[in-house]
Write a protein that binds this ligand. Structure first.
Ligand SMILES: *Cc1c(COP(=O)(O)O)cnc(C)c1O
Length: 481
């Protein structure tokens, strides 16, 4: 069913009005919609029972329905008081880029420079992020946008597996499978998505080995690491990928000793992957760059755009020094119908370095946001989030009814309710519910050293100390009273 221009204009303007309203008021809107458990259950059951209509309705009817009953039931996670997971918002530049993307509906499967600039723009946007984080463009020759850090971690482990099997045993694992070999993953409190990637790539989750120093927040037991790598090297069956976290999700902490870990990886033929989903951006600030040194020593790097770069979902980043290995894993199969003008030294076809064939032009919002804010704009955004987090940590530490669990390193605050009153999972959940119910803060539950904890990650470009800090601390105050 086609839609006439006047009708389309009417709906586009309605969306523009909403966008302007949210731009001006998002900070005052409650983080969550009104929640009534029974009503919500009834609503969801009714919705799920509805069948696909045989005959479609007018676009106006669909828009009315969405405006009346869908949009008001969404969270305001794009707003400045949303500290759950590591959630970025959407800069105006990125919003405009995202709206332009489906107007052209470009599909970035192959590199066709004479037909479209899209694949070049993707590489350029990825290079500009390297500039922002002071990483050498010429070292990270393989780069691609993904759906998020989880997908980037899948790319990393698939590549690591390929490289380890080839280097250790001359096996092409992409072609021949593992041939009875085992590739272990050694890490320090890695993100859960690393374990998921192990399962996807066929390494097996049980082959993850924790190599942290006992009692530390996030430090390698370097002796254990070397002993394990040496042991594996001496066998004819076991290889290793080493995974370091730059920006651990609960604490924002970074593993150190990367130069030594690099040496060990070289000596024992292990792949070094660094998961820097949000931690990479510490490098954009002189004040925080010292937390994140030696990232350039990694064989592969995972990062996210939809977290701290504040571009919309979904946008992940992946970098590697070994484009050849990437092409072996993802580019081994040729489809005759996919014509390409790519030459050996040009940009590789995205489908040959990534999981997907058809891919969204998610580089456009990223490009527009990077160009609009520049290095200085992003540095300011990051520093202002870190300052907010630091002040929040100080406030919690001084509050008798809260306990700050670890020092605040970057943009994450780890805390819990203090005293008997909040002991036990049920009480702890009650506190989190009370916090969320204020509508003025959103946090998520986690565990730290086997105990319940709450985390607040500040990563939204709009979070403004002058405007939002008091509102947020009032909500914290209210929840424990
Ligand atoms: C968020 C995060 C991930 C997963 O990222 P998604 O973008 O949600 O897939 C992986 N690793 C780290 C360190 C993260 O913070």
């Amino acid at each position: 069913m086609d839609v006439g221009s006047p009708e389309l204009r009417k709906h586009l303007l309605r969306i523009i009005e909403l966008a302007l309203f949210r731009h001006e008021n998002l900070h005052q809107l409650p983080t969550l919609p009104e929640m009534d458990e029974l009503l919500t259950q009834a609503r969801d059951a009714t919705l799920l029972q509805q069948k696909l209509p045989i005959e479609g309705q007018s676009l106006t009817a669909t828009m009315d329905e969405v405006f009346e009953s869908i949009l008001p039931s969404l969270t305001n996670a794009a707003g400045p008081k949303w500290f759950g997971l590591v959630t970025g918002g959407v800069t105006p530049a990125a919003l405009l880029g995202d709206w332009l993307t489906p107007l052209y509906d470009s599909n970035l499967i192959v590199h066709l420079p004479e037909e479209s600039i899209a694949t070049v723009l993707e590489q350029h946007a990825l290079d500009m992020v390297l500039d922002l984080c002071d990483l050498p463009r010429d070292r990270f020759v393989g780069k691609t946008l993904t759906t998020g850090a989880s997908a980037s971690n899948v790319l990393a482990l698939a590549q690591g597996r390929q490289w380890v099997c080839a280097t250790r045993w001359n096996i092409d694992s992409a072609e021949d499978g593992m041939c009875g070999k085992v590739v272990k993953v050694l890490g320090v409190k890695v993100h859960a998505s690393i374990l998921k990637a192990m399962s996807v790539v066929g390494l097996g989750r049980k082959n993850y080995i924790e190599v942290s120093q006992e009692g530390s927040i996030l430090a390698w037991d370097l002796e254990k690491l070397e002993a394990l790598l040496k042991e594996y090297k001496e066998t004819d069956t076991t290889g290793a990928i080493v995974v370091a976290s730059f920006g651990e999700v609960n604490t924002g902490a970074f593993v150190s000793d990367i130069p030594r870990v690099r040496e060990l990886c070289d000596k024992y033929q292990a792949w070094l992957h660094i998961d820097a989903a949000f931690g990479m951006y510490a490098r954009a600030s002189k004040a925080y760059a010292h937390l994140s040194p030696h990232l350039e020593l990694a064989d592969s790097i995972t990062s996210d755009g939809h977290k701290w770069l504040n571009v919309p979902y979904d946008c992940g980043l992946y970098y590697t020094r070994h484009l050849d290995v990437s092409l072996q894993v993802f580019g081994g199969i040729k489809a005759a119908y996919l014509e390409t003008n790519a030459t050996a030294d040009s940009i590789p076809n995205p489908m040959s370095t990534n999981i997907e064939s058809s891919r969204r032009f998610r580089a456009l919002p990223l490009y527009m946001s990077l160009k609009t804010y520049g290095a200085e704009g992003y540095t300011k955004m990051i520093e202002s989030n870190c300052l907010f987090a630091k002040k929040l940590a100080d406030w919690l530490q001084q509050h008798p009814l809260y306990e700050l669990i670890t020092p605040c390193h970057l943009n994450i605050v780890l805390f819990r309710g203090a005293g008997e009153r909040w002991v036990g999972r049920a009480r702890h959940q009650e506190l989190i519910r009370a916090l969320k119910a204020t509508g003025d803060i959103y946090v998520t539950a986690t565990e730290w050293n086997g105990q319940e904890a709450i985390r607040a990650a500040i990563s939204n470009w709009r979070t403004d100390f002058e405007r939002d800090f008091e509102v947020v601390t009032n909500a914290l105050e209210k929840a424990v009273q």
